[in-house]
Design a protein around this ligand. Sequence first.
Ligand code: FAD
Length: 272
Amino acid sequence: MRLARGRCFGVEAGIALCALPQGWLWRVALPDGRIWAQFLGDAADPEPAPARLVAAITAGTRCAPAPTLRLAGPLIAREAAPRLPAPVTDLRCLPVGDAFAAMDPLSGHGQFWAVSSALAAAAARRTLTADPASEDRCLRYLRERAAETAWRMARVGRDFLALETRFSGQPFWAARRALPDSLPAHESREGFAVAQALVIDNGLITEREVLKTPCSPAGIGWFGRLPAPEIYRLAQAGPEALRQRFGPQAEALLAAIESERTSPHQRVENPS
Ligand SMILES: Cc1cc2nc3c(=O)[nH]c(=O)nc-3n(C[C@H](O)[C@H](O)[C@H](O)COP(=O)(O)OP(=O)(O)OC[C@H]3O[C@@H](n4cnc5c(N)ncnc54)[C@H](O)[C@@H]3O)c2cc1C
């Protein structure tokens, strides 16, 4: 997209992200007058995509008079709808990234998920090679991880978009404020508990004890290299038990347990 030269006084070079009634716009204005823009809108809108893009850039570029715009090349349109993962049933061909589950592009989760799901697939391949009888364990790990991550990220994206209250009645925003449900984005729990869970241990998917805490409700396996459940049990016997076992490291371990008592999300909501 190129701004007609001489007609766009006041468009300063730089990056802007703005919410509009019909969606949101991300754009970079270059000093030579060119604009790179990404507009996300509702695919169901009957207006042709090039006209919608130009309208969005005009609305998102505050300057007087309104800039005159023309496309510098063909517009590229891509689907960017969130998609929850289907349960993994076949370990011979593992989907990763967008082929597995797609995230809202505004949330920044797409790149994270592409890497994270690829690491999970690699762990499953390694585990199957090391132990061919581990099929059920690998399937369970991949399913749990995908479902937990995709639902959490969909809810985080929902909460993020809900912060824009001016256009909540508009079709684009109304559909996204309701997806996927109204449950909290982050699991919450009171107190500590030791439970069994699937973790990656030495590169392999393994079932072992984890420590569930208000800060890490899904559980933590280790403080540094030391098993978290063992540290917690020793700390319950009293700080002296930890000091006898770990010497000078004990104070740092006690501090690590203490920092697990509060959820980071509670800390944000109640900064006091
Ligand atoms: C408009 C838009 C904006 C986005 N913005 C962000 C953002 O700001 N932050 C963020 O984290 N995520 C963002 N995302 C999401 C992010 O781009 C994706 O989640 C991420 O790229 C997924 O990575 P992937 O490797 O699974 O797929 P892709 O990045 O799509 O890679 C798949 C590759 O496979 C190739 N391919 C397809 N078919 C074949 C074939 N048959 N043979 C060989 N090669 C093939 C494709 O050409 C492509 O290179 C955005 C997405 C869109 C559409």
